[in-house]
Every structure is written in structure tokens, then in C-alpha cells.
Design a protein around this ligand. Structure first.
Ligand SMILES: [Zn+2]
Length: 460
């Protein structure tokens, strides 16, 4: 008898070990299964370094990418070119962090059934961009290198994020062999991953700091004689403006007025405002880390602070960060944080849905209101309301000197003041010239495409 009970005891011990092992395995499997599936070495989810699962559609449902049988891009060549920097190329020169971010949702992995791909269920990621708007922005930029971004400052949806130069991933040109320069920096997403000298659009930051720190600024008179000697060097204006008030100084983009304000505010205060608006901070947007900017004024001489306050000196700003900043002005001192992926799911099951998140109140309501009025005045007196039809556009242009033999970068940023179309925009065009001359028509045509896209959604 003793032998039998010894044996059954031993069996029980083995059974126990087996059970513990099984529990441990399933435990780890449930917790880690998703990680294993989206591990970039997994051949079922990835081909090369690029995600090979699911489809990606725009806000209207237009297919931008289909990975069900190899990787295929949009049917329309212009859509392919206009969305390349968001979706990545086949060779992995242009990465698509947003696809990696949602890899497990797109792979449709669940611990009980495994990967959807083997269940013939198609998972789809819906982006906030509009293919039509992307194409309008691509056409507006023409042969220029640059970027156009538009987002809804109430919801956070990015409707447009185009970067040029670009190319058709189905007709890859000979980029390495090109000597014309037309593909310079072609692999860089200029909207998310580059920084630029902002030029005079930065005067909005100096204006915000002045409104909140210099009580009488709205009543002041400035005198511009075209240049001013500071610290033995020169602050130079684009014109000789004579006597002008604060609002007119912004409309005419007077460097003397804004240089004086910057010096009076001082490097420390200006630096605080740049930080408060996260203008040099990287943003995290659906797996994308935006390029950090630069604002280097602490401990600097007055002349450097004056140049920094008008968006020159060593100032560098990422276009997406600036778009968020004009959204804050438009939103009355707070805005929605920008995002790019609105939902991920199958026909029957939603796996992920974006939520609107606020920047929080980072600007006084009165300050935002005054800036809105001043930017509306810029359009009325300088850029021309006629360019925008019935849309109430508020804007500020910039012409950023970059040195060397290049023409200035043309910059333009603003928003539509209309609850039906709460759109903020930013445009940077390299080696182009005057911001207002180069960018006004670009902004007008892209905003028209945006309102058409939003109207179509209302009708459907
Ligand atoms: Zn001036």
C-alpha cells in the first residue's frame, strides 16, 4: 500500500508542477502576447522594418494603404505623393511611426484567437487627414520645398500634414543620382520632424508676452526709422515705418517696434513664454515625436534678444508646434492637442478611438482675444480678405532670413474664426521669399479644400 501512495503522491507533485507551468505560460502569454506579435522581428506582422497589417484610410474612408496582400498605396498618384511622409516608403527610408504605434491594434491580435490576419478580418486605421486636402496642399506647394499643416483647434484632428519634396512610392525616382537638388531632404517629414527659422510669425509670441507684461502696450506709439543701433550692431526693419501703434506694428511687421518690446521684456520673460506654449518642446502625437525647437536668449546681449523676439537670431521652431500655438490663440487661450489617428477597428469592433485632449489654459483669455483681433486686422489691412472669400481668416506672415545664397523662408500661420470651421494652419516654404506674397494663395486654396471636406461630412 505504501508504495502505491508514494507513487500517487509523486504523481500529484508532477501534476502540480505541470499546472503551475501551464498557468505561468498562459499568464505570460496573455500579458506578453501582444508584445511578441508587434515585435519588429515578427515576420507575420512586419515585412522588413515596416508594418504589414491592415488598411489605412483617410477621414472620408479613402484607402491610403492596404497591407492585406503586400503593401499597396492609394490608387491616385497625387494622393500617394501627398501621404508618403505619413505612411512611409517600401524601403524604410521614410519611417511611419504612427503605424508602429498602432501595430498591435492593426494586427488585430487578441490572446484567444491570435492575429486577425489569419481570421480573414480586415483591421483598419482611420486617419484624421483628408486625402483631398493633402492633394490641395501638395499642389499649392508646387515645386517648393516646405510644409503645410492644418488642424481643428476644437477637436485636435489634423486635416493636413504635407511635406515636400515628395515622390510617388509606386514610381520611385532616382534620388541618389539626382543632381538638381529637387530631392533635398526628401526623406524628412518637414511638418513633424524638422525645425525652421520662424521669422515674423514669431512676433505673435512676443506680442502675447507684451500684452501680459507691459500694461500700456496697446496704447503705445513706436517710431521706426528703418534701423536702430543697439550694442554697436544694427537692428534692421523691412521698411521705414515712422510712427505706428502696437496693432499697426504687427500688421506691418515692424522689427524696430517688436525688437524694442523684446528687449524691454528681457530674455528670461520671453523664454518663459516660449516654454509656456511648448514651442521648443517635442510633442508626442500618435507615436511621432516632433522635432524640438530652439530659443536661445538667456544671458544674451540686447541686440540678440531683439532679433530673437522678431523670430530671427538662432530661433528654430517645428511647424506642428507652431500650429498648436496658433490653435491656442484661436481657441481663446487653450486648444485641443493635435492628433492623427481617429480610430482603429474592424467592421464590427472598434479597438481604439481618439479622445480630444486640451492643452489646458496656457494664455489669458483677454490676451488671446486681443491677438485674434490684431490677426484679423492683418488680413483686413495687409493680406486681403478678398483672398479668403467669406471665411474669417486671422493670420500673420513671416519672411525668415536664413543666410547664405538662399532666399528667405516664407512663413504664414493663422486660423479661421468660425465655429463651423475651427481650423488653424501653418505654412513654411523654403527658399521662397516674402511670406505674405508666397503663402496667402496657398493658405486660401488649402482652407477651401478643408471647408469642402468638412461640408461633405455634414451632407453624408
Ligand atoms: Zn519698422
Amino acid at each position: 500500500m505504501k508504495k502505491i501512495s508514494d507513487r500517487s503522491n509523486a504523481l500529484l507533485v508532477f501534476l502540480g508542477i505541470l499546472l503551475v507551468g501551464l498557468l505561468l505560460f498562459f499568464g505570460i502569454f496573455f500579458v506578453k502576447g501582444e508584445e511578441w506579435i508587434v515585435f519588429p522581428g515578427n515576420p507575420y506582422t512586419y515585412s522588413g522594418s515596416q508594418l504589414s497589417q491592415g488598411t489605412v484610410v483617410d477621414r472620408a474612408g479613402t484607402v491610403l494603404m492596404d497591407n492585406s496582400d503586400g503593401r499597396s498605396y492609394a490608387e491616385d498618384a497625387l494622393v500617394r505623393k501627398a501621404t508618403l511622409h505619413l505612411l512611409g516608403d517600401r524601403d524604410g527610408y521614410i519611417t511611419a511611426p504612427l503605424l508602429t504605434e498602432y501595430a498591435s491594434e492593426l494586427a488585430g491580435f487578441d490572446p484567444v484567437n491570435g492575429v486577425y490576419r489569419f481570421q480573414s478580418v480586415q483591421t483598419s486605421a482611420k486617419l484624421t487627414i483628408s486625402a483631398n486636402v493633402q492633394v490641395a496642399a501638395l499642389e499649392a506647394l508646387g515645386n517648393y520645398r516646405g510644409t503645410i499643416g492644418v488642424y481643428n483647434y476644437r477637436t485636435g484632428e489634423i486635416l493636413c500634414a504635407v511635406s515636400t519634396p515628395t515622390y510617388d512610392p509606386d514610381q520611385v525616382p532616382d534620388i541618389a543620382g539626382d543632381t538638381s537638388g529637387r530631392y533635398d531632404g526628401v526623406y524628412v517629414n518637414r511638418f513633424f520632424n524638422a525645425t525652421f527659422t520662424p521669422g515674423s510669425i514669431f512676433k505673435l509670441v512676443t506680442a502675447a508676452a507684451a500684452l501680459e507684461n507691459l500694461e500700456d502696450v496697446a496704447e503705445r506709439q513706436f517710431t521706426c526709422q528703418g534701423e536702430e543701433t543697439i550694442d554697436g550692431g544694427k537692428l534692421i526693419c523691412n521698411d521705414t515705418h515712422g510712427v505706428l501703434d502696437f496693432q499697426t506694428a504687427l500688421a506691418k511687421s515692424c522689427n524696430i517696434a517688436f525688437g524694442q518690446l523684446a528687449m524691454e521684456l528681457g530674455g528670461e520673460t520671453l523664454n518663459q513664454y516660449v516654454k509656456r506654449y511648448d514651442l521648443t518642446q517635442s510633442l508626442e502625437i500618435d507615436g511621432i515625436t516632433t522635432a524640438a525647437g530652439q530659443f536661445d536668449v538667456l544671458g544674451k546681449e540686447d541686440l540678440e534678444i531683439a532679433w530673437a523676439g522678431v523670430g530671427q537670431s538662432t530661433d528654430l521652431i517645428n511647424p506642428c508646434s507652431f500650429l498648436r500655438f496658433v490653435g491656442i490663440i484661436a481657441g481663446g487661450g487653450e486648444a485641443a492637442e493635435p492628433f492623427l489617428v481617429s480610430s482603429v477597428g474592424t467592421k464590427s469592433k472598434e479597438i481604439y478611438r481618439a479622445k480630444t485632449q486640451s492643452t489646458g489654459r496656457v494664455m489669458g483669455e483677454e490676451t488671446a482675444k486681443t491677438l485674434q483681433e490684431m490677426m484679423a486686422n492683418n488680413v483686413k489691412t495687409v493680406y486681403g480678405q478678398g483672398n479668403f472669400g467669406t471665411l474669417s481668416v486671422c493670420a500673420k506672415s513671416g519672411t525668415a532670413e536664413v543666410g547664405g545664397e538662399s532666399l528667405p523662408n516664407a512663413t504664414f500661420a493663422g486660423f479661421v474664426q468660425d465655429e463651423e470651421y475651427p481650423l488653424a494652419f501653418v505654412i513654411v516654404v523654403q527658399d521662397a521669399g516674402s511670406g505674405s506674397q508666397v503663402c496667402t494663395q496657398m493658405a486660401a486654396s488649402v482652407l477651401r479644400a478643408c471647408t469642402a471636406a468638412l461640408d461633405a461630412e455634414k451632407d453624408s
